[in-house]
Design a protein around this ligand. Structure first.
Ligand code: NAP
Ligand code: HSE
Length: 445
């Protein structure tokens, strides 16, 4: 038996406390699998006096995570604080520079500084592991980086944020408000410290940027992701989606095109019968389209302490094995940083697909015709059009002459984003709109 692998864990919140419990609970099995004893020797968090439901009596406490990262008492620095800047970045940089292996669940940090951190890991001959950063408990990093190494990937997409999928699922199934569902997601430990990252799509964008790098062999380009979140989704959109045979999911999509790699995050209408539409609650799903395997989908818990700890502990076990047999260590993004290609961005205006467009128009003669004309001028073919009036509006204005705001919902055949935006601007200029339009892209396969 070789010496103990000593862990320093910074961050004792939802994920950190679960990791401590799992390392203790699985101690024997981890030793059997790796040939090493794995022990937590030091920890750091902001509040030393907070009860975290874990026994910290035998571990050293550091107020400063950077000091912990540099400590001679640890071999692996486990970063579970979060945030792309500040303590997390400083501590991970310090750990790598001090020759410590790093395990992190921090997608924001990797999305913004992944290449530089991977370069530092290479220079110092240590591992930077981050399985927990994408899709919680799903081993998707390993699957793409190692399991699909022989494939050429054409697309990777999925539901990458547990909080958003939980919110959309409960709003749809139980008719709850967005705010109530978000509150529950926070209480369950799914949401980020600042839930704006979840609901405005940034967390999905961070994860997508990581997957894009792995799947396509390019440097991470988080700024190149077009991002829209779910906060503008109205109950009416969920009802209309249901009636039209769709469900709304927040998807991250990275797709190879002739011009480069399209990276986009947005609420998406998916056919109710599709596999991705069945993924509900905190569950995530990642689909990879690749030449040899065809379509591969991984489904599992996307957030929460235990699920995320599962991925963190798997990385720790990998480090335990590879640090005694360095040939087993993997380059952070599947190849040395110098071998990653420069990303080529594809502007969202060029995206082509179907669209759900909900306009709030003034209910008067010629409005639908005016909308249809502007769509036709922009070369957009309409698959269906539905105007909805409340029973109250119908009885007070049977002829539809009052100009009251009413929803007019259109589903288009494939059109470019640029043309859709052009048509909507023209409709707005014509004075037909009572509110800003709602636009949701449709993904049919
Ligand atoms: P959390 O519950 O908010 O816990 C964060 C922990 O970091 C807390 O213990 C906090 O200390 C500590 N911390 C924050 N700033 C610190 C600083 N400057 N110095 C020392 N300690 C500091 O967060 P979490 O949900 O566990 O998430 C941790 C990381 O995992 C994040 O990167 C997140 O994106 C990622 N992640 C989370 C999940 C999930 O389901 N929650 C899933 C996948 C990945 P105090 O407790 O003293 O305040
Ligand atoms: N806040 C994230 C989510 C945690 O809800 O998916 C998992 O990365």
């Amino acid at each position: 038996m070789t010496q103990t692998l000593r862990l320093g864990i910074a961050g004792l919140g939802t994920v950190g406390a679960s990791v401590l419990r799992m390392v203790a609970r699985r101690a024997q099995a981890l030793t059997a699998a790796t040939g090493r004893t794995i022990a937590v020797s030091a920890v750091s968090a902001r509040d030393r006096n907070r009860n975290r439901g874990v026994d910290l009596a035998s571990v050293q406490w550091f107020d400063d995570p950077v000091a912990l990262a540099r400590s001679g008492e640890i071999d692996v620095f486990v970063e579970l604080m979060g945030g792309s800047e500040g303590a997390a970045k400083d501590a991970v940089e310090a750990a790598l520079a001090a020759g410590k292996h790093v395990v992190t669940a921090n997608k924001a940090l990797l999305a913004h500084h992944g290449a530089a951190l991977a370069r530092s890991a290479e220079e110092h001959g240590v591992t930077l592991a981050y399985e927990a950063s994408v899709a919680g408990g799903i081993p998707v990093i390993k699957a793409i980086r190692e399991g699909l190494a022989g494939n050429e990937v054409s697309r990777v997409y999925g539901i990458l944020n547990g909080t958003c999928n939980y919110i959309l699922s409960r709003m749809e199934a139980e008719g709850l408000t967005f705010e109530a569902c978000l509150k529950d997601a926070q209480a369950l430990g799914y949401a980020e410290a600042d839930p704006t990252f979840d609901v405005e799509g940034f967390d999905t964008a961070h994860k997508l940027a990581i997957l894009t790098s792995l799947a396509f062999g390019v440097e991470i380009d988080a700024e190149g992701v077009s991002v829209e979140g779910i906060s503008a989704i109205q109950p009416l959109d969920l009802t209309m989606a249901d009636e039209l045979g769709y469900r709304i999911k927040l998807l991250g999509v990275a797709q190879a095109t002739a011009e480069g790699i399209e990276q986009r995050v947005h609420p998406t209408m998916v056919p109710k019968a599709s596999a991705i539409a069945q993924v509900m609650g905190v569950t995530n799903a990642v689909t990879v389209d690749a030449d040899a395997v065809g379509e591969l989908t991984l489904i599992g818990p996307g957030a929460g302490g235990e699920a995320t700890a599962s991925a963190v502990v798997a990385d720790i076990a990998d480090v335990a094995l590879s640090s005694s047999a360095p040939g087993l260590a993997r380059p952070t993004f599947g190849r040395p940083v110098s071998g990653l290609a420069a990303p080529r961005r594809v502007e969202m205006q060029r995206h082509e697909g179907g669209y759900y467009i909900r306009l709030t128009v003034h209910d008067r003669t010629g409005v639908a015709a005016g909308v249809a004309t502007r769509m036709a001028e922009a070369n957009i073919s309409i698959e269906s059009i539905v105007q909805r009036r409340s029973a109250k509006a119908a009885s007070s204005d049977p002829q539809g002459l009052s100009g009251q705001p009413v929803p007019l919902v259109l589903i288009t055949y494939a059109a470019t984003e640029g043309n859709v935006r052009k048509a909507l601007s023209a409709i707005d200029r014509d004075g037909l709109l009572a509110e800003a339009p709602q636009l949701i892209r449709i993904e049919r396969d």
